[in-house]
Design a protein around this ligand. Structure first.
Ligand code: NAI
Length: 471
């Protein structure tokens, strides 16, 4: 690729200013990139709570279209109402654009006092699946159910991306973080796919660790880790923990990456407590922009800006969150004045590798599944439900409450809620009509069932979890 300056080498980037401190820090970052002569043309688009008040939607279609067109966006934080109302804008953007990987580096910065001096971690969080499917149901007046979805194709796409990134960045170790001792099937699948893909990257030391152990070790010796890969929810939490290791949310950058598209944003939120005061730290968003420049192959611009930031912090100029007294403007001006002279001719940007969706992944051919039973989830406010022992070919096997077996046998001394998992199994293979017939019989017996799960066996192995206390 030629490095000759030309008009075509100006890259259009969608800019979302966001809510709270968003406008202050996006302006700061824009000023620094402009002063550094980065060849960017900003395509400003609305999103966020203020956008909701003005346009009636927190994420207008034109904003998503702009990101799809430009393939790259820099986003300020947006406010998400808690509890009811609109879905998170961030989650919506990630899902709509299939930005399946969240990349959050945590690297020690000069001049920032922390407990550790040589942290250099990359936290890679799966960005689509897990509990972030947002699939939740009230089952009874006392019980909410949430589905945690982990898939083989989703894990493969994300994990392969993680290994490629670790290889490209010359990392030595990659660690899979999970809770497969408890979440045996879901995290078990994630861990299994991790090792399956690891075999293609022999130069990387691949290992795994339980999430709880990781958290303890991170706050004792973070320098012993290198690249961490995590399912969505664990990644969300651990990346904030890692931000704390290097100076807090004000310095923690992030990028959401998919095939040929990416949205870069700080880890922190809209910080309503300091919005409009002119004291917000733009470092996290600036480092996110640096990540964006690397994504666009504008590596030398990225290095020059990061160096100016490090020089500024090393000289003791810091915002209040880092125990300094510089305002956002003063800090921004200091970074601009620390930009070293340009020692390269204009750098051409490379468009992201490909905006084409990945090839569909063929699901591994597996032996035939046999339908062997059902779990019926029953609403029973007056205690353990009295259920028919037989429903056609199905026999009542056990009833559990919040995961613990309560029937047959003595009821353990636990708090019972009004929602029971009732397991019926058959010795012969079933079909859907058997299930419909069984449910009809339950309804006739006055049982209020809320939902049903089919139970399968493959080669004699159960493809469902057992209750605590179930043989
Ligand atoms: P927050 O990250 O906005 O603030 C937590 C604390 O960190 C506050 O004391 C804040 O003043 C401080 N802080 C954060 N960024 C800072 C910066 N750049 N400079 C100096 N101090 C900074 O988290 P909070 O208060 O839980 O969330 C506020 C809103 O932001 C919520 O509506 C939340 O949903 C949203 N949010 C949005 C995100 C995004 O758009 N990417 C990410 C996280 C939260």
């Amino acid at each position: 690729m030629s490095l000759e300056p030309s008009k075509q080498n100006v890259v259009r980037v969608t800019l979302i200013r966001g809510d709270g401190i968003g406008p202050e820090i996006t302006t700061a970052v824009q000023e620094i990139l402009d002063a550094a002569g980065v060849p960017i043309e900003w395509d400003e688009q609305p999103a966020g709570l203020e956008c909701l008040q003005r346009y009636g939607t927190p994420l207008p279609p034109q904003t998503l279209e702009s990101i799809l067109r430009n393939r790259v966006a820099l986003k300020g934080p947006t406010t998400t109402p808690i509890g009811i109302g609109h879905k998170s804008i961030n989650v919506t953007i990630r899902k709509a654009l299939d930005l399946f990987a969240n990349v959050r580096p945590a690297r020690s910065l000069p001049g920032i006092r922390t407990r550790f001096e040589n942290v250099d971690l990359i936290v890679l969080r799966e960005n689509i699946e897990d509990t972030y499917g947002g699939i939740e149901y009230w089952q009874t007046p006392d019980v909410v159910q949430q589905l945690r979805i982990m898939t083989r194709p989703g894990s493969d796409i994300f994990l392969r991306f993680a290994f490629e990134l670790a290889r490209k960045q010359g990392r030595r170790r990659i660690t899979c973080v999970h809770k497969a001792n408890i979440h045996k099937m879901s995290d078990g699948l994630f861990r299994e796919r991790f090792y399956a893909i690891a075999s293609e990257y022999p130069e990387l030391q691949a290992d795994d660790i339980l999430i709880d152990n990781l958290c303890m070790q991170l706050v004792v010796r973070p320098e012993s880790f290198d690249v961490l890969v995590l399912p969505n929810l664990f990644g969300d939490i651990v990346s904030d923990l890692c931000a704390g290791l290097v100076g807090g949310l004000g310095v923690a950058p992030g990028g959401n990456l998919g095939h040929g598209r990416a949205v870069f944003e700080a880890v922190h939120g809209s910080a309503p407590d300091i919005a409009g005061k002119g004291i917000a730290n733009p470092t996290a968003l600036l480092l996110s922009a640096v990540q964006m420049l690397h994504f666009l192959s504008l590596h030398r611009h990225a290095q020059r800006i990061e160096e100016a930031l490090r020089l500024t912090l090393a000289s003791g100029i810091r915002t209040r969150d880092l125990h300094g007294n510089a305002s956002t403007r003063e800090f921004t001006r200091a970074i601009i004045s620390n930009l070293q002279p340009l020692d390269f001719t204009e750098e051409a940007y490379l468009p992201p590798a490909s905006a084409i969706a990945p090839q569909p992944i063929t699901t591994e051919s597996s032996p035939a599944w046999e339908l062997c039973g059902i779990d019926v989830f029953v609403h029973s406010p007056k205690g353990i439900p009295k259920l028919p022992e037989c429903l056609g070919k199905l026999r009542l096997q056990m009833i559990s409450n919040r995961g613990t077996k309560v029937y047959p046998g003595a009821t353990p001394p636990i708090v019972l809620v009004d929602w029971y998992r009732c397991r019926y199994l058959s010795e012969s293979v079933l079909n859907d009509n058997d299930i419909l017939e069984a449910l009809s019989q339950l309804t006739s017996a006055g049982i209020v069932w809320m939902h049903v799960e089919k139970l399968h066996h493959v080669n004699g192995t159960a493809l469902y979890s057992k209750a605590q206390g179930e043989e």
